[in-house]
Design a binder for this molecule. Structure first.
Ligand code: FO1
Length: 312
């Protein structure tokens, strides 16, 4: 079993590569739910949905989240009533949120609903939300505000200076059914090239998950989200420094610390391989820019090969 800790787009691209090189039925993705929010009374799960749409072959090709061939009839009609439209929901996307929300109101856990949505889109891997409980990534800003992650990132376009992040609700949350088992029974655990602070750390913040990663006999291999000293997309370059981490392949490896047995970095950062290896983490450099599914598959293969050479 290949168990992947996953955020949104970066993880989706990596998973598409992984299923190009191993049996998809052997892949479990444990997905961040800290970005989730309620809009118009509906539960939106951006990372679960981005992965679903990517692996279901229906993702919007330019945005890389949301649906291809989308329409915005409902959003336009909601604007008629003066509803704030900073978080845009397309008509096709809305059907998923309606289904999810109806099922949540009927008492179904998010993990069960995620399985239903995955099946409806023929997603070939097992997607698990990190938790069925409600958790929320909160961003504190230099001007003294405490924002939901999506208020910071979408409504305010990532402009405010960030002084801290935390996962509200994490203390009382439990891993979703199957999450701890997927870590303990894995042959390899992979940290996808997702945002270390607001995607991977938010999964690790659920009590029991970090412990299972320490306990698992499987090698833990991560993929650096940094390429040539920069993030490919998103805001990790703004969030890493406030967490005390350098914005570099080496810096993210140090941030994950003793969780990692192996670390795959981009060719453009290959001068850091020796530094990382010196910390006791096996390291190799390859092409990690996953524009092409073949590159993503080769990257996944490199991760598995490095993990096979690595002892815990
Ligand atoms: N990102 C935006 O920049 N603007 C939006 O209006 C927006 C709507 C949206 C709706 C559903 C969904 O699943 C994702 C959506 N996103 C939007 C993307 C999302 O906010 C972020 O890319 C992720 O949460 C970051 O991982």
């Amino acid at each position: 079993m290949y168990t992947v800790l996953a955020g949104g787009v970066g993880a989706a691209r990596f998973l598409r590569g992984l299923i190009g090189t191993v049996d998809p039925a052997e892949v479990v993705a444990i997905v961040n739910v800290g970005d989730d929010l309620d809009r118009f009374g509906l539960r939106i799960c951006p990372d679960l949905d981005s992965i679903t749409y990517w692996l279901g072959g229906v993702v919007h090709p330019d945005q890389q989240w949301g649906r291809a061939d989308e329409r915005f009839t409902v959003a336009a009609e909601l604007a008629r009533f003066g509803h704030d439209d900073w978080f845009t929901l397309g008509d096709r996307d809305l059907a998923v949120h309606l289904h999810r929300s109806m099922r949540l109101h009927a008492g179904a856990p998010l993990s069960a609903i995620t399985a239903e949505v995955s099946a409806a889109f023929d997603v070939p891997v097992n997607l698990l939300p990190a938790t069925d409980d409600r958790v929320e990534t909160r961003i504190t800003t230099a001007d003294g505000r405490d924002l939901h992650f999506q208020e910071y990132w979408v409504r305010e376009r990532g402009a405010p200076e960030v002084t801290g992040t935390h996962l509200a609700g994490a203390g009382s949350a439990q891993p979703a059914p199957g999450v701890v088992e997927a870590l303990l029974d894995a042959d390899v655990v992979i940290l996808a090239p997702s945002n270390p602070i607001v995607s991977i750390d938010t999964i690790l913040a659920i009590p029991g998950i970090r412990e299972a990663l320490h306990q698992t006999p499987a090698p833990v291999v991560g993929v650096s989200p940094i390429i040539g000293g920069e993030v490919v997309r998103g805001m990790a370059h703004r969030l890493l420094p406030q967490a005390g981490a350098e914005v570099s392949a080496r810096g993210v490896a140090a941030h994950y610390g003793d969780l990692l047995d192996a670390w795959v970095i981009d060719d453009r950062d290959a001068d850091q391989v020796a530094d990382i290896t010196a910390t006791g983490v096996a390291c190799t450099a390859t092409d990690t820019l996953m524009d092409d599914p073949d590159v993503a598959a080769a990257l996944a293969r490199t991760c598995l090969d490095l993990a096979a050479e690595t002892t815990r």
